[in-house]
Design a binder for this molecule. Structure first.
Ligand code: AQP
Length: 342
């Protein structure tokens, strides 16, 4: 079997570990919507098992999972066109992850930047789940034989590890069973940076709420955060290389480009020579016009909790219909007795 024999199938996920923010939206969710095409099977997951690799209050986890589902739908994912579900409702993810724990090597995991960043100097106290996170992520993708995974730039290393796991499994067992997945890291904002520090990624766990735009922020809050975003005193350049060594300026240009479906070059053609005093209000207006309809729809959907739960349960059923036979075949390849299908 070669790579081309796998049907094109898209999988990706987001953790329900806090507020969905502009980085998640531009780096991932907006791309998920772009990939929801008639000729492509798309599977999108709220990865609650990943979220608990660091402590989550149970009530908040349930709330965040439903809110993330509302965010998916409000941003344009249609449960009739894409499979939407939360990870824990499809136990095959965790079952395949165990097999992959036995394929992946300790050294591979130790090299992961996210592990080093999140565990920091306190590795002895970090959960075993946080260490094994990339193995579960590989299982999330490969349990569907997914071929394409849209993600932000920070997930590149985990996707390389997913490929390594697939290659080692196929090699060890002498099969061509798992596809070698393609990362899809595209668009003008694959790495949205903090509004307070252009060297740090915009992130849910940043203690400063001013560092990020949350998808639930109202128009005034969005405008205020953009107005207060860190910049430099120079005018915007007309050429892209004029943004070198200006990470905060570059970030705002990239955000404008991604929100308006343009390239950074096109934005600079329009705004080159303008001061931030002029650019920031335009960016705020654009951000509010794109994000406000999503946040109001999220709020409306959150009033229909039973409907969200129904969508998640139905999505999980569809996901299991794909995942169950792939897990059974995996067990059979590995030599688990009683794993034969039918
Ligand atoms: N700043 C970002 N720019 C572009 N893409 C981003 N993503 C996250 N932050 C940015 C992408 O969003 C998807 C889901 O991310 P996640 O929630 O599963 O995990 P994360 O990367 O750990 O998100 P956070 O916000 O950074 O959470 P914390 O603070 O807990 O670490 C992924 O495709 C990711 O690339």
């Amino acid at each position: 079997m070669t790579e081309t024999q796998f049907t094109p199938r898209v999988f990706s996920g987001i953790q329900p570990s806090g507020n969905l923010h502009l980085g998640n939206y531009l780096g991932a969710l907006k791309r998920f919507v772009d990939m929801q095409q008639p000729d492509m099977e798309t599977i999108y997951c709220m990865v609650d098992l990943h979220a608990i690799t660091v402590w989550q209050d149970p009530k908040e986890l349930a709330h965040s999972t439903r809110e993330l589902c509302a965010g998916f739908i409000a941003a344009g994912l249609d449960p009739e066109k894409s499979i939407l579900f939360n990870q824990s409702q499809v136990p095959e993810h965790a079952q395949l992850a165990w097999i992959f724990n036995c394929v992946a090597r300790m050294g591979w995991m130790q090299r992961m930047t996210q592990w080093k960043d999140k565990a920091g100097k306190n590795q002895q106290n970090a959960s075993l789940g946080l260490f094994a996170y990339p193995s579960l992520m590989a299982a999330d993708i490969l349990i569907y034989h997914a071929t394409h995974v849209p993600v932000g730039d920070d997930q590149k290393q985990h996707l390389e590890l997913t490929r390594d796991i697939a290659i080692k499994f196929n090699h060890d067992y002498g099969v061509d069973f798992f596809p070698i997945t393609e990362p899809v890291i595209e668009g003008a904002a694959t790495r949205v940076m903090s509004l307070r520090d252009g060297s740090k990624k915009m992130s849910k766990s940043d203690p400063s709420d001013m560092s990020r735009i949350n998808m639930t922020d109202d128009a005034d809050t969005i405008a205020k955060k953009i107005r207060k975003a860190k910049t430099d005193p120079e005018a915007l350049p007309s050429e892209l290389d004029g943004l070198d060594e200006r990470p905060e300026a570059r970030n705002l240009v990239n955000i404008y480009a991604a929100l308006s479906d343009q390239t950074a070059e096109q934005v600079l053609t329009e705004f080159g020579g303008k001061q931030f005093g002029e650019f920031k209000p335009m960016l705020a207006e654009l951000a509010v016009s794109k994000l406000s309809p999503i946040s109001s729809e999220m709020a409306r959907l959150m009033g229909e909790e039973a409907e969200i739960d129904r969508i998640l349960a139905k999505g999980a059923e569809k996901a299991r219909a794909i995942a169950t036979p792939i897990l059974q075949q995996t067990y059979e390849i590995v030599g688990m007795v009683g794993a034969k299908q039918g």
